[in-house]
Ligand binder design. Structure first.
Ligand code: BMA
Length: 890
């Protein structure tokens, strides 16, 4: 009998296969049998662990960085070759009673035959599964050779396609449709923000364990009832010599390591593989609840399970960190129709973004990088992250960090944009993948929803010509039953994203969730229409932009200077969005002056993304009304992050550099927010956004302003709404205040007024708002002030549109810089004499990035803004803004 021992196998050698496997297993040199004209590479010590072949090839200097220049194309051969890994491990039976020896492969990417001492022990074909193989101790020697043979996923998928038929799967920029036949991250085949990199390798640890009893899984059922009373049941699943078990010890500890409860349970006679160990109910105040960020603390507990033998030997232990929370997806009838009809809510009271894998090379994403990404999202006032179905089930550190930060997780099962098959072996593989991942994830309080797939229902509806949809069996039978059986309390399951209306009308704005791609994509509508394009829960929508110049410079390394142009070949190589040339042309032409300068184009695309996404967020949050009127229950922008340096919808780029939109979203999602919509009354209503003014007649046409506010707290709040109107073309300005009241946890309409402006004769009108009002260049600043201390609860500035018509005047931007509380922090104050649009601060020169507490601000005269810059370290600051898009020294 023995305590379980686990050893991570970290030392590997790798090489490209160029002879038969038999030759390799026998370590015999042999002639090239691949028949391919590919470079061949002999055994080399792996530099990284876990390991992927591209990363090894790069570390050895054998291939260039595919994220730079056009290098993607020179590394395509790697995905067509086959790759071998080898490890030698020692085995010493610690006693004759060591009954079980197991090898656990926590992640093999993807098609991999595994051999021990020449015997095949596993044929893996699903990257999302953990493969656990029991070894026969008598066959092990003191030194053992483990061989991994990775086959070409590209070729396997094509062969399956030849066998089973070609299906539809996204458009051509979403990778080859044969991808649906292999359970490998779908974005590896290329996506509309990602390059084609078919890597392979040991992307998660390989663990050798020896034990007599092994905890296969621990199921912690932490529940919270309607009165917020908590209970915990702990079940265990075990394998091995169960008759050796004398007792179990279960301990619940709080985050300070204090015992909350502890119990020893005698195993009794006939021990079963699955046992319920404890069911504890707790007194009020004994347990702190886990809340999403912004709603309360994230109290976390650990459950420690120890299995003891009759001799007091610890046979195995397992620890899981849990939280107590209930999660419901509320889909109940709304009281009255809104602009879309009545329908039902879809709410968790959440806002956030869509996560894609943070790198094409998963082994390069360190726990610190995961934490930095998720902290960035949390600091941006997001409280939900959706793990999109074309990526991976992320490693534990991702979900642990979400638990700690209070970020809820919407977890897609890994299917995206395709007609997936459902033959028996495929369904069996998916079932196992789903069971393993649900068991791995279910104890995380952050998990709010499991979702069947990304856009598979929608694509079908869109195409209209696909009759056969075999994977319905997966989305409507297999996955919901796995979630229902393996979670308790049951975690909500949603068939697909989007999914809702009758007959799979995935675009129905009154039921379920929608993906809104009619601004960028679809009908190419102006982004100023986003307020008419909402739904009960908008789980995707977005607008792309270029990353900052520093990131562009990374991929331009050694490039010809002529590539530094918005429409150059290298800029296109680093933008994968379908029809991006035409779509950018339309949206940019609608809103901005055409430019040939790359830096100006970068600024303009970023401003457009910020304005578009910002307008959507503020409009849809406005739909969060009182009970029965919660018309929009959440918004998840596409997309949080990037997997390489690229022009995409990401709100922060590959190097975690936030784009202006990141800060704009943060402001719209703050606890208090104020919003304005401007409607130009006598516009041409059918062919242009209603916010656009007529350049020829702006002295005679007025606009109305609708102003609302959101109180995200659970208490009512009184405030002063302060409005400041400033004309860009004259010295006219005007201020007024209104006392307002905001009921808790909802948006409230505050005012609907004509927009004031300078009178025709340049005489200031003091008598209300008449028809002579103009929107021509009147900037409207709104602030919500605390009536007691004047503190600013929220601010928003509305500019006339389109921006290409606005005659910008020099805002007279003044900055002052002083030292902050610690040597790493600098306080930067910004003031203007005239309004400035989207003032983006950046650091001059190279070195570490600066973390700005806020950025991309709309500044108003008399409203000084203070920003904290972390890591500036005495370097100079530069600024860009609408009208001065090229950054200049302050
Ligand atoms: C969606 C996603 C992705 C895609 C994005 C941008 O609908 O599900 O497939 O990358 O749009 O086009």
């Amino acid at each position: 009998m023995s305590t379980a021992r686990r050893v991570v196998l970290e030392t590997w050698a790798w090489k490209q296969r160029n002879s038969t496997i038999e030759h390799v297993l026998n370590e015999v040199e042999a002639p090239d049998v691949t028949g391919m004209e590919l470079p061949t590479i002999g055994w080399r010590a792996a530099q990284k662990y876990p390991s992927e072949v591209h990363v090894e090839l790069m570390s050895s200097g054998m291939i260039p960085d595919p994220y730079i220049g056009f290098n993607e194309h020179t590394v395509q051969w790697i995905g067509h070759a086959e790759w071998l890994y080898k490890s030698i491990f020692t085995y010493e039976p610690d006693s004759a009673e060591s009954h079980k020896v197991m090898l656990e492969f926590q992640g093999l990417d993807t098609l991999c035959d595994v051999y021990i001492n020449g015997d095949k022990i596993l044929s893996a074909d699903n990257m999302f599964q953990t493969h656990c193989v029991e070894l026969i101790p008598s066959k092990l020697q003191s030194s053992n050779t483990l061989f991994l043979h990775f086959k070409s996923a590209v070729q396997y998928a094509k062969a399956q396609e030849a066998l089973r038929g070609r299906v539809r799967a996204g458009s051509t920029n979403l990778g080859d449709p044969s991808r649906v036949y292999l359970r490998k991250a779908q974005y590896d085949w290329r996506w509309d923000w990602g390059l084609e990199l078919m890597t392979c390798g040991i992307y998660r640890p390989v663990v050798l364990s020896t034990c007599s009893v092994h905890i296969d899984n621990m199921f912690t059922k932490a529940s919270v009832n309607g009165n917020l009373a908590c209970a915990l049941e702990v079940d265990v699943g075990m394998k091995g010599q169960l008759n050796e078990i004398e007792k179990y010890r279960v301990v619940l500890k709080d985050s300070r390591n204090n015992n909350v409860r502890a119990e020893e349970i005698s195993a009794g006679g006939d021990v079963k593989e699955n046992v319920t160990l404890v069911y504890w109910t707790f007194d009020e105040d004994e347990i702190g609840l886990w809340w999403p960020v912004g709603y309360g603390d994230q109290c976390l507990y650990t459950v420690e399970l120890t299995i003891l033998s009759k001799q007091g030997v610890i046979l195995d232990t397992k620890t899981l960190r849990i939280g107590f929370r209930s999660v419901k997806l509320v889909q109940e009838a709304l009281q009255e129709p809104d602009q879309y009809g009545t329908g039902t809510t879809f709410l968790f009271e959440i806002n956030g973004s869509n996560w894609i894998p943070a790198d094409n090379f998963l082994t390069t994403i360190t726990p610190d990088r995961y934490r930095a990404w998720l902290t960035l999202l949390r600091d941006g006032n997001q409280n939900m992250v959706r793990l999109w179905g074309g990526g991976i089930y992320e490693p534990d550190v991702f979900y642990d960090t979400c638990d700690e930060l209070g970020l809820l997780v919407w977890q897609d099962f890994q299917f995206a944009c395709g007609v997936y098959p459902a033959h028996d072996s495929f369904v069996a593989s998916v079932r196992k993948e789903a069971e393993q991942n649900v068991k791995r994830l279910r104890h995380h309080p952050a998990i709010a929803l499991f979702c069947g797939n990304n856009e598979d229902y929608q694509m079908l509806l869109q195409w209209g010509d696909v009759k056969d949809f075999p994977a319905i069996k997966i989305y409507e039978e297999v996955l919901p039953s796995v979630v229902e059986t393996l979670t308790d309390p049951v975690i909500p399951y949603h068939r697909g994203s989007p999914y809702g209306g009758k007959g799979w009308d995935t675009a129905d704005p009154t039921v379920g969730d929608v993906h809104q791609w009619n601004v960028w994509g679809g009908k190419e509508l102006p982004y100023q229409d986003y307020d008419k394009l909402g739904g009960r829960f908008v789980s995707e929508f977005g607008m792309p932009s270029m990353p900052c110049m520093k990131t562009i410079t990374y991929w331009m390394k050694d490039a010809d200077p002529k590539e530094f142009h918005a429409q150059s070949k290298l800029m296109a190589q680093h933008c994968r969005a379908g029809s991006f040339e035409r779509r950018f042309a339309i949206a940019m032409n609608d809103n901005f002056k055409v430019t040939e300068d790359l830096e100006t184009a970068v600024f303009n695309t970023q401003l457009m993304q910020s304005e578009a996404v910002g307008f959507a967020y503020q409009s849809w949050r406005r739909n969060w009304g009182a009970k029965g009127k919660q018309y929009t229950g959440g918004v998840l922008v596409w997309q949080s992050n990037d997997c390489w340096p690229v022009t995409s919808w990401a709100i922060a780029d590959y190097f975690l550099r936030p784009k202006p939109v990141y800060f704009t979203i943060a402001r719209h999602l703050a606890t208090f927010a104020v919003g304005i919509t401007r409607t130009v009354i006598k516009n041409r209503p059918n062919d242009r956004p209603r916010q656009f003014y007529e350049f020829g007649a702006f002295q005679s046409r007025g606009a109305t302003l609708d102003i609302w506010a959101v109180n995200g707290t659970l208490s009512p709040r009184s405030a002063t709404l302060e409005l400041h109107f400033v004309d860009l073309c004259s010295s006219w300005s005007h201020r007024e205040t209104h006392a307002v009241h905001m009921p808790p946890n909802q948006a409230t309409e505050l005012l609907s007024i004509p927009c004031p402006g300078p009178p025709k004769n340049n005489e200031v009108s003091l008598t209300g708002y008449e028809d002579w009002t103009t929107t021509s260049s009147v900037i409207v600043g709104a602030r919500l002030l605390d009536p007691n201390d004047g503190g600013v609860l929220a601010r928003f500035v509305d500019w006339p549109q389109p921006y290409r018509f606005v005659d910008i005047v020099d805002p007279g931007l003044k900055t002052s810089v002083s030292s902050g509380r610690d040597e790493n922090t600098t306080i930067v104050s910004l003031e203007v004499e005239k309004p400035a649009k989207c003032v983006v601060l950046s650091v001059v020169g190279d070195g570490e990035d600066v973390k700005w507490s806020d950025n991309a601000l709309d500044l108003m005269p008399g409203d000084k803004q203070v920003i904290y810059a972390h890591g500036l370290l005495g370097r100079n600051i530069q600024a860009s803004y609408l009208g001065k898009e090229k950054a200049r020294l302050l």
